[in-house]
Design a binder for this molecule. Structure first.
Ligand code: GDP
Length: 181
């Protein structure tokens, strides 16, 4: 019998962030290398898994993709209290979604375990690269950089649509989690 598929490490990751910033799309891109323009909002939370390798070992991600709507916010602690990592997502074209992300990071610092690895993801970077697009709502990237430094966050600029940096999010987060956990 083969033991190759038995993970040496299982990493629970929770996705947090405002509705429609692209959490489900990031997870879909990572798990199935797929993208769709029209997606149904997640109800409550969705659970997906994905195996990858690190140093020749199988590692398994258990991903909780939480719903972004306000009415589901009280459920979030159930997911992040059990997680080794939290990925907080905002939409680079939507200032409000960045302020929601700041709120999530504060909540994680106050209520999640001290060891939790937190990554901030600016999603929909592809929209910034569209020539001639006028984005009144676009987030000030210097503001984001200083927030990440202050809070000690991993930071990724990504696009679920193009796939830019999606694997890097999981790879970098995964590398922060020791095998003993
Ligand atoms: P969630 O509510 O945070 O899980 O967001 P979804 O994954 O459902 O995405 C909301 C909408 O944004 C959908 O129409 C997606 O197709 C779109 N979307 C998600 N990621 C991207 C991206 O990187 N670029 C662009 N242009 N659209 C995206």
């Amino acid at each position: 019998t083969s033991t190759a598929a038995i993970p040496k490490l299982t990493i629970k990751v929770v996705f947090l962030g405002e509705s429609a910033v692209g959490k489900s799309s990031i997870v879909l891109r990572f798990v199935s290398d797929d993208f769709t323009e029209s997606r149904e909002p997640t109800i409550g939370a969705a659970f997906l898994t994905k195996r990858t390798t690190r140093d020749g070992n199988t590692i398994k991600f258990e991903i909780w993709d939480t719903a972004g709507q306000e009415r589901f916010a009280p459920l979030a602690p159930m997911y992040y209290r059990n997680a080794q990592a939290a990925v907080v997502v905002f939409d680079i074209t939507n200032e409000h979604s960045f302020h929601k992300a700041e709120d999530w990071v504060k909540e994680l610092h106050e209520k999640a375990g001290n060891d939790i690895v937190i990554a901030l993801v600016a999603n929909k970077m592809d929209l910034l690269n569209v020539q001639g697009t006028i984005l009144d709502e676009a987030v000030n990237e210097e503001e984001v950089d200083s927030f990440c430094q202050r809070e000690g966050l991993l930071y990724f600029k990504a696009s679920a649509k193009t796939g830019e940096n999606i694997h890097e999010i999981f790879q970098t987060v995964g590398e922060k989690i020791p095998y003993s956990k």
